[in-house]
Design a protein around this ligand. Sequence first.
Ligand code: SF4
Length: 71
Amino acid sequence: MAECEVLSSCVFFNDKMEKMPATAEGFKRQYCRGDNSKCARYMVLKALGRPKVPIDLFPNQEDRAREIMTG
Ligand code: SF4
């Protein structure tokens, strides 16, 4: 699968993960260069638009993404 189209501007990697490079790489492999449809950030972005994606939402927080999307 192609790289997630928002990777270069994803707040998560350009801000949150600089102190956890190994963890960041794992997320990138799994979601950003793997299946971004499973990424919690991507789900909220697609459903509600980028401004609604919390800065600290982790890609693996699918449950939290659902809560945000269902209000
Ligand atoms: S964290 Fe999610 S939204 Fe951000 S680049 Fe990776 S797959 Fe895309």
